[in-house]
Design a binder for this molecule. Structure first.
Ligand code: NAP
Length: 249
């Protein structure tokens, strides 16, 4: 069983309060493990209770929340539980995602409801959850702990792949929204990242590209380590800037 402990003393993650959506599978689960391994306090969200219970059973100290980020009515209960369980929030990772169509389909064969589901999960969910947690993140930034939002993007946000219409359009919207959030929030001490993990061996990828060779795909653990390194560098930079400001004041 993994323990919520600090493998790297003096690191940026010790006691960091991290929330991850979609924490029961693929990249989200790898991020839960990576953050716990670095000494963070972690809360994660997923829709299916059995998956949430399994991850909680297997990882000491982690907080599991059952909720659907695509549903407006679930957002505030999710946000309240995150802040209550962690005692605040320093890092929000909007990772949960929906392909829209499974199997992938041409736009002409995509139902409106499928596009709506992709947009609700991949754009509206991160928008609403970020908005609901802004107060907690701003408070963390003011206290000098450092606050970061990471939205998980995709190369489908940039490249117009045929048959990836619902997913690609939603990821493009999320990517652009992240850039605007970043322009608006960085001055408040809350940078917003939008990062593409690359093609990974996960259940989502297996549904999207069933004939892909898993051996040629990136391990989600590798992407989780890269994302954690990016967050760690940003936190270290923000904390050193704050220290410098105090010295020159
Ligand atoms: N895999 C790739 O090659 C690849 C490439 C580029 C980008 N990405 C991005 O990487 C991220 C992770 O993808 P993945 O491949 O790891 O996916 P995954 O293995 O399918 O895992 C998805 C996770 O999200 C949860 N989830 C799905 N819909 C949700 C909702 N509406 N509310 C709350 N939780 C929800 C799932 O649990 P429940 O079903 O129980 O809710 C599960 O824990 C996504 O943003 C994806 O777009 C993946």
């Amino acid at each position: 069983m993994l323990q919520s402990r600090d493998y790297y003393p003096e690191n940026e993650f010790h006691g960091l309060r991290v929330a991850i959506t979609g924490g029961t599978s693929g990249l989200g689960l790898a991020l839960v493990r990576e953050m716990l391994g670095r000494g963070a306090q972690v809360a994660f969200v997923a829709r299916r209770r059995e998956g949430v219970d399994r991850v909680v059973r297997e990882h000491a100290g982690v907080h599991g929340i059952v909720g659907d980020v695509s549903k407006k009515d679930d957002i505030h209960p999710i946000a309240v539980q995150i802040v209550g369980l962690l005692g605040g929030l320093d890092v929000l990772i909007n990772n949960a995602s929906d392909l829209g169509t499974a199997p992938l389909a041409l736009l002409a064969d995509t139902e409106c409801e499928e596009l709506e589901r992709a947009l609700a999960t991949n754009v509206l969910g991160p928008f609403r959850l970020t908005k609901a947690l802004l107060g907690a993140l701003a408070s963390s930034a003011r206290e000098g702990r450092g606050a970061v939002v990471l939205n998980v993007s995709s190369d489908a946000a940039i490249n117009p792949y045929p048959r990836w219409g619902a997913y690609g359009a939603s990821k493009a919207a999320l990517h652009h929204m992240s850039r605007i959030w970043s322009e608006e929030l960085t001055s408040a001490g809350i940078p917003v990242l939008s990062l593409d993990p690359g093609d990974m061996d996960t259940p989502l990828h297996a549904i999207a590209v069933p004939d892909a060779d898993p051996a040629e795909l990136k391990r989600p653990e590798t992407a989780a380590r890269e994302f954690a390194d990016a967050i760690g560098k940003l936190l270290a930079f923000m904390r050193s800037e704050r220290t410098l400001q105090k010295v020159v004041q």
